[in-house]
Design a protein around this ligand. Structure first.
Ligand code: MN
Length: 323
């Protein structure tokens, strides 16, 4: 018997799209098109069939980027609320198979905090997902005007999943444009998403928001967006003379959780476990941007003891998300 035959498997960064949300998203950020779109639209039998084939018991669903992050406050508040209600219904249709992270209209931080509370308290959502930068000003989520979201997340004990979206346009032009035609993934999953989200994670620590609200739990996908690999050097350099100094490594390893979304590498996972401890690693696929099948197969063959695999596959999610 393989490990997966008797393990509950919970995958926590699994995406879908809401037609009404997509109708209000424009430009390059509306990239979830083509053959992927049909898979994102499907939240019924075909998706569950794919989960069954890969032995995935539960998907924690979240909208694909950029969701409401680029919407103005008035539009975002209305559309996020409708989308979260619709997502609740999707979960109700298959309560054993689907759970949810809320979409937040971050252009209005106070409304986002209230929506997070509504989703967690009334709809049994497991937390919220935030996709990249907010609004035309392209604000990172550590900006002080967003701190009410962190405050409420702490009060609710609901994690915030910091997820990639398209890089800042100026970053795209300076760093990726020259190679974007031949390698469009360079600016996205190939590198740009990781860089953008690693910076978001770094800035959350530097902002002091986690010292003000130490109970906040942050989730990063893609094995921590390279930060575990860089942890020692970041911690060392930010505490050199001339810097304000920050307990970076201590805060990162106390407040952050990482998932395996779209990153099925033994050495990269082992680096994460060595830096963070296995209790902070959670299984995810990043479906349908990544196929379901390879993830569980990777876990099956991974040279890791049975107890730690069980924590990654379901135990840590059950504890962190109350599932
Ligand atoms: Mn994703």
């Amino acid at each position: 018997m393989t490990i997966l035959n008797n393990q509950r498997v919970i995958a926590i960064e699994e995406h879908y799209v809401d037609a009404n949300v997509m109708a209000n998203v424009q430009g390059t950020d509306a990239a979830a098109a083509g053959p992927i779109r049909a898979l994102l639209d499907d939240v019924g039998e075909a998706r569950i069939k794919s989960m069954d084939a890969a032995k995935i018991d539960v998907q924690v669903l979240s909208h694909a980027p950029p969701a409401a992050q680029q919407m103005d406050a008035e539009t975002g508040v209305r559309i996020a609320r409708d989308a979260n209600d619709a997502l609740h219904q999707i979960c109700q249709n298959h309560p054993d198979r689907f759970a949810a992270f809320a979409m937040l209209p971050t252009a209005d931080a106070a409304a986002s905090a209230d929506e997070l509370e509504r989703c967690v308290d009334k709809l049994d959502f497991k937390g919220a997902i935030i996709h990249g930068l907010t609004g035309d000003a392209r604000l990172f989520i550590d900006d002080k005007r967003f701190w009410p979201i962190f405050e409420r997340a702490q009060a609710l004990d609901a994690p915030l999943y910091i997820h990639p979206a398209m890089p800042h346009p100026a970053v795209f032009d300076a760093y990726y444009k020259d190679y974007a035609k031949d390698f469009p993934a360079l600016a996205t999953a190939g590198f740009g998403f990781t860089m953008e989200t690693a910076v978001a994670g770094l800035r959350i620590v530097l902002s002091g928001v986690l010292e003000k609200y130490p109970g906040v739990k942050i989730i990063l996908g893609h094995l921590g967006e390279a930060l575990p690999f860089l942890l020692w050097r970041i911690d060392m350099a930010l505490n050199r003379p001339g810097n304000k100094g920050v307990a970076f490594r201590e805060i990162f390893t106390s407040n952050f959780y990482l998932t395996t979304s779209g990153f099925f590498s033994d050495p990269a996972l082992l680096c994460c476990i060595q830096e963070m401890g296995v209790d902070r690693l959670l299984f995810a696929i990043d479906y349908p941007f990544v196929e379901n099948d390879p993830g569980p197969k990777w876990m099956e063959g991974l040279m890791l003891n049975v107890d730690d695999k069980a924590k990654i596959l379901h135990g840590n999610a059950e504890r962190l998300l109350g599932m």
